[in-house]
Design a protein around this ligand. Sequence first.
Ligand code: FES
Length: 127
Amino acid sequence: MAKQIKMHLLVCCGTGCRASQSATLQKALERELKTNGLEDEAKVVTTGCFGFCEKGPIVKVHPDNTFYVEVKPEDAEEIVKEHVLKGRKVERLLYTDPKVKSMYPIANTWGVLPQTDSNSTSKLWLD
Ligand code: FES
């Protein structure tokens, strides 16, 4: 019986993140999944801009809404071995809101991040 995809690694390949090696990161993540025999359980998907270009490359992990920022190709091994394989988030790569000093992911199930300076919310991605 074929294994079911349980996790998606969404790699931003918008213009800003591409300029910061997101295509190389994508390939590195795919290679690490294969190296660890996880290619049937986790899949790398490229996306458009998340609106966080200055923090790119961005990797969002589903289904747990983890939001990694400034991810480098050399971080792929740690993401796969720690997060995908062991379920432990790589804290040093989590987005930290500079105003509240808290680490995301605190997004709700619709992927909406609360704003710290207004009552509005900003939709950064679609599920
Ligand atoms: S190009 Fe990746 S967040 Fe904008």
